[in-house]
Write a protein that binds this ligand. Structure first.
Ligand SMILES: *[C@@H]1O[C@H](CO)[C@@H](O)[C@H](O)[C@H]1NC(C)=O
Ligand SMILES: *[C@@H]1O[C@H](CO)[C@@H](O)[C@H](O)[C@H]1NC(C)=O
Ligand SMILES: *[C@@H]1O[C@H](CO)[C@@H](O)[C@H](O)[C@H]1NC(C)=O
Length: 536
């Protein structure tokens, strides 16, 4: 007997199975299998989306890799995020429709088109995971690290989902005919629940501290200036970074043919191609080295138009018409120009050197000394000729890539954020060693490093981080313990309630089914319902 079809029922059935009318044939086993597939792929898609959102901090790495191979700048990472978001929304909706149908006591029958899409989704996610594992292995460290920021909330979410799903598990438990399958369901459910309820015992986060223990906010260092507000490594970029309160400029130095140090990140094969109009100015030449061009030739290149054209961070729309005009006029700056700005604003300067170490070190050091800048404003990173630099310019602050195994002679470190554990950062800070972490763009990561006590971070997004007055969250360990225990208990109470409720409806169904049997008119949906429903 067809039940009264209300709109919701028809919609969810129609979207899930493309059967707008009630199907008749029995496909219970198959439906159950496909329901599990939908659930698993949804979970997978959610995890993948999480990875994408975490990797957003390092989106530049992906785009840079693609640029080196394709010689064309496209924000591939954004494309990836958009596809992943669409996939995740699709899977989750499908799962919700399925759960809705089960709750209504409808038969499940996944349309073949959905099966194809799910299959493609799995392929997409699998290639994404494989791609990261092969080409970008270190990003997994970031994902692990992010759990220190998200784990408490993921646990609350998991408890919520578990509570909701327990309803279906209880139904499945009742529906199971054999004792061993009942036993299996019960064991799996108890183990999973225990793991979810008790995992806060293992959650560690530097932000699980009392508010009054919170260290000072890390200082900001502009990564090539403020590359979201202006074309990277231009005077406009450094000026913009001053307005968001950076205490140091981070940049890259190379040497022109006539020995003038200038600021440019890309070197080797891609030299000048991404950030200047070199292809228009010198269409027939392929420059691969800074010494290929004189300072005069370099100055003739435009270093700002590319920014407006490719919009590398999707941030150009934030610029005013005046700022766009300024951006369009930018050229490659020399190191002396930057040193003048730094001197004027009492801002430190930190840089990498690209080129023949001896030559470029000498030229760079002499340019710095000639500029008359206070030597203590120079944070010297390049390790190659450090001895020479220490002799000629003893006032420079020597900054290292790693600590020297607890000798504590190295007082300043500059490290990739995922290469130091949070406890290591706290330990180093306790020994009065300054720790700068690069490149930190997202709030969650900045918050975590703030809690851990980092001295400063190199960032693309100083305008966002400047506005933060406190980390995303800070919670006293005692408060957290009270919260998670309360949440766990509430969940257990609700589950017990659901179990009892389930029992009652089960009895009611039994009675109804017996009446039906007497009349010998078992309606199809009581006979053929998915195994989540009580059996008779
Ligand atoms: C650029 O410099 C490199 C290294 O010095 C040299 O091998 C190459 O031939 C130069 N290219 C041009 C176009 O001058
Ligand atoms: C420059 O800044 C440092 C701290 O970063 C401060 O100690 C020093 O007095 C400042 N110098 C001037 C001239 O403002
Ligand atoms: C670190 O510096 C503070 C104050 O500047 C000082 O009190 C403390 O003893 C120093 N700690 C170490 C391990 O040197």
């Amino acid at each position: 007997m067809p039940q009264d079809d209300n709109c919701w029922r028809v919609c969810s059935r129609g979207l899930y199975s493309c059967h707008w009318r009630e199907p008749r044939e029995n496909k219970r086993k198959c439906a159950c299998f496909w329901f599990s597939v939908v659930a698993l792929v949804s979970l997978l898609a959610l995890c993948w989306m999480y990875v994408c959102l975490i990797a957003l901090n390092d989106q530049d790495d992906v785009n840079w890799l693609a640029f080196q191979n394709l010689k064309r700048w496209v924000n591939w990472f954004m494309v990836l995020v958009i596809i992943s978001a669409a996939l995740t929304i699709y899977c989750v909706l499908l799962l919700l429709f399925a759960l809705f149908q089960v709750a209504l006591g409808e038969q499940l029958d996944l349309h073949w088109l959905h099966k194809v899409f799910l299959f493609l989704g799995v392929i997409f996610i699998a290639s994404g995971v494989a791609g990261i594992s092969v080409k970008w292995h270190e990003e997994w460290q970031t994902v692990t690290l992010s759990l220190q920021a998200s784990a408490p909330f993921l646990q609350f979410g998991a408890v919520g989902a578990l509570t909701l799903l327990s309803l279906f598990v209880f139904r499945g438990f009742r529906a199971a005919k054999k004792n061993w399958s009942k036993f299996l369901i019960a064991v799996v459910f108890v183990v999973v629940s225990a793991a979810i309820f008790l995992c806060p015992l293992h959650i560690q986060s530097p932000c699980l501290i009392e508010m009054q223990e919170l260290p000072e906010k890390p200082k900001l260092i502009g990564h090539r200036g403020a590359p979201m507000l202006a074309p990277e490594n231009t005077m406009m970029s450094f000026n913009s970074s001053l307005t968001c309160g950076v205490t140091a400029f981070e940049t890259d130095v190379q040497l022109s043919e006539d020995g003038n140090p200038f600021l440019m990140h890309d070197h080797r094969g891609e030299f000048l191609r991404r950030t200047t109009n070199v292809k228009e100015k010198f269409p027939d030449q392929h420059f691969t080295h800074s010494s290929n061009l004189s300072w005069k030739a370099l100055q003739s290149l435009n270093a700002g138009e590319w920014f407006l054209k490719t919009d590398p961070f999707g941030s150009v729309s934030m610029l005013s018409a005046e700022e766009k005009k300024t951006a369009r006029r930018q050229t490659i700056p020399s190191l002396s120009q930057l040193l003048d700005l730094a001197k004027q604003h009492n801002t430190s300067v930190m840089f990498d050197l690209y080129g023949d170490a001896a030559n470029i070190t000498e030229r760079t050091v002499s340019t710095i000394l000639e500029s008359g800048i206070d030597q203590s404003l120079i944070l010297w990173l390049p390790p190659e000729k450090r001895g020479y630099v220490e002799d000629v310019a003893p006032g420079f602050i020597q900054v290292y890539k790693d600590d020297d195994n607890n000798n504590n002679t190295r007082k300043h470190l500059n490290v990739k954020y995922s290469n130091l554990s949070m406890t290591k950062i706290s330990d180093l800070r306790r020994m009065n060693i300054t720790v700068n972490l690069w490149v930190v763009n997202e709030r969650w990561l900045f918050s975590l490093l703030w809690c851990a006590g980092a001295s400063s971070v190199t960032t693309n997004s100083c305008h966002l981080l400047q506005k933060l007055n406190q980390p995303d969250w800070v919670m006293g360990p005692h408060t957290y313990r009270v919260i998670w225990i309360t949440v766990d208990i509430a969940s257990i109470v609700i589950m017990i309630g659901l179990y009892i409720f389930q029992r009652k409806t089960h009895c009611y169904c039994l009675r109804k089914a017996t009446e039906n049997q007497k009349k010998n008119t078992l309606s199809w949906n009581e006979k053929e319902l998915s195994p989540f429903l009580p059996t008779v």
